[in-house]
Ligand binder design. Sequence first.
Ligand SMILES: Cc1ncc(COP(=O)(O)O)c(C=O)c1O
Length: 389
Amino acid sequence: MPCTASERIKSLPGYAFADIDSLVAEQKKKGIKVIDFGVGDPTDPTPGAIRNHCKRAIDKHKSSGYPSYIGSKEFREGIANWCGERFKISLDPDREICSTMGGKEGVFHFPLGFVNSGDYVISPNPGYPPYERGTMFAGGNNHFYNLEKDSHFLPDLESIPKDVVKKAKILWLNYPNNPTGALAPKLFLKEAADFGHDNGIIIASDEVYSELYYDEKPASILEVTREGVIAFQSLSKRSNMTGYRIGWAMGDESIISVFKKVKTNIDSGTPDFIQDAAIAALQDQEHVEIAKADYRKKADILSKAFTIIGLADCRPKGAIYIWQEVPKMISGVDFAKKLVEKGVVGTPGAWISRENNRVNPGKQYVRFALVPSIPDCREAAEKIREIRL
Ligand SMILES: Cc1ncc(COP(=O)(O)O)c(C=O)c1O
């Protein structure tokens, strides 16, 4: 039977990595080792203590049963305790927290609770694709703000067109930022929250990288206000738990209560044994410090090689990426291609950004996800040093 995809699915942009994929395949065929800085999926194992906790939890929950839609009381209490220590905020585990199946699931489904046809969602460019795709699936319109070096990769909220502001329901922030590695000062978070209050727009702050920072500690928007804001968190990157699919949303009770209603209709909760593993992860800071030190080392190794060949020092302030700027004489795409020939794979910035206000803010950049091992980063650095611009 011939089947036709929906207009929604057909409207999705194509796979941007096809060109790089074929170059990678070619290099592999030639027997060249490929070191992949493409996708931000950590390759280090989940810490042993977390894995053991998960194994024991399978037996503890021996009669399976559906988990709670919003997360077990213990998990939500664990989150509230952690937030109390980390952000000095006091959250009500029953009313202000809801578990998600990782950050992606929460981010993607969130607009379903608030967006009607014709409404706008405002998000960063470059930005994590589910901000845009979740809006499309909810029937809303997207408006993008560019992240540029001259404005410290922060949005100029006042420059968002008034007709968009009027119809906007959600504004996404993401700091520490993927891909730029920028942090948002608390003063900016306050400005954004005020902008949301003044215009009736929910400020949705994607804070999944809040624990991976290299000097200054990132703030949560919940340190500024609870009213009209929601933050999304995940254990994927801080605890190498991408495969566990666990995260949570927290914030304004009235927003969380709508989000819970969305979630109840989509899935039946995060498995209990995963939630137990997540509690263990939240109670241990040591593995996070180790991960942070490793990411810093990797950023240093690569950045040093880039500066040696004459590129700017683009060491991140947070998150797990280098957003490497390249000089005007070569595009990010061509620089990425030169690297692929040596077996080092990065993502051209232009492929994860769009042209907006007549500029593509990713054109002169390549993103490197710092996920290969430290020895592989050293090997990649050697190859980077061989590049002639
Ligand atoms: C900005 C941002 N938000 C959210 C996520 C979601 O991660 P996960 O679904 O693994 O929690 C990612 C993953 O790469 C990300 O980069």
